[in-house]
Design a protein around this ligand. Sequence first.
Ligand SMILES: [Fe+2]
Ligand SMILES: [Fe+2]
Length: 367
Amino acid sequence: MKTDAFQLQTSTQEPGLETAMEVIFQWNYGSEVEELRRLYVKAAEAQWVSERDLDWDRPIDLERFASTPLGLSLPVERTSFWKAQSEEIRWKLTKSTAAFRLSNFLHGEQGALMVAAQLVNAVPHTDAKFYAATQTMDEARHVEVFARYIEKLDEIRPIAPSLKGILDQTLQTGDWMKKLVGMQIVVEGLALYAFREMRNLTEEPLLKDLLTYVARDESRHHAYGVQYIERCVPCLGDRERTELEDFALECARSLIDRNAQGFFTTLVQIWAEIGIDPNAMFTSLHAEREEITSDLPRGRRLGPVQGFVIPTLRRCGLLSERVATHFHGFLKDNFGARVAGANVEEFLQYLPDLPTDTAKWVMGELQ
Ligand SMILES: [Fe+2]
Ligand SMILES: [Fe+2]
């Protein structure tokens, strides 16, 4: 967005958010966590440049764009209601739904940019500060490319309140380990899961290229979180570990709670703006539910929280039986026992392991 004259206060900025953060100097510049130092070198080697490495002159391929998953739990685009719309309305619906989803990726990236920059200040180990510096650069590039792509496609839509809530909490906490858990496990886990799905299914060439670069960076960000946090957790006392577990639980809960003002509420407003009657759409969706999902893969389809975020918490030593019971309870309330498991034992039993190689997994080379 261009403004005529340079100003200190812009009309698009939010009021300032008070945050509590301790800044830590570290006088040992030597490496304490070899793995993190290696990850930092890898990140430096893997830097890319949006202007040089992506072909922005290429127009968006509208026909191939249709393959892009909209991120809805049911395939709305298969309903007779959707199909009965004119081609123009159908394209508007596809475009605005995708732009809404991509906008939330974009705003999440801005949050990640700021949290990563905070981590440079707040984490006590030099290797971890170095790594957070490379992540900050990565996130700036992610903000840049998502904003550019959305503006080419449609327009940038507002952030979903639930996502804004987690970003605020993660930015506001004075505890650097909570920042790590909120950002590197919950937000990054969610992002990685969603980028992987979109990258592997979309056939739109520019979007696919962009997501390939972004998802590769994100798999390193997730690795940073896992490698650092799994070292930190065993050093914590019971009370501190409980607090950290609860922080992760609250972040994850606000993302999928259907009663909270989540993504869907905002999306329905966007549809209504296009002139679609959301009630008619839902009536059609419910009536045809069986039919439109009959050829979809059967069985347990795990979302990002159950399929990735919780397994990461378990790997990091942050899934006690106490917190697992809470996770199971709210997953069951939201998705039913068939997805969440009848009891905690079953829930834990069906929890997938993290992929052995996240970078390969994100490219669809591993299941
Ligand atoms: Fe990112
Ligand atoms: Fe990231």
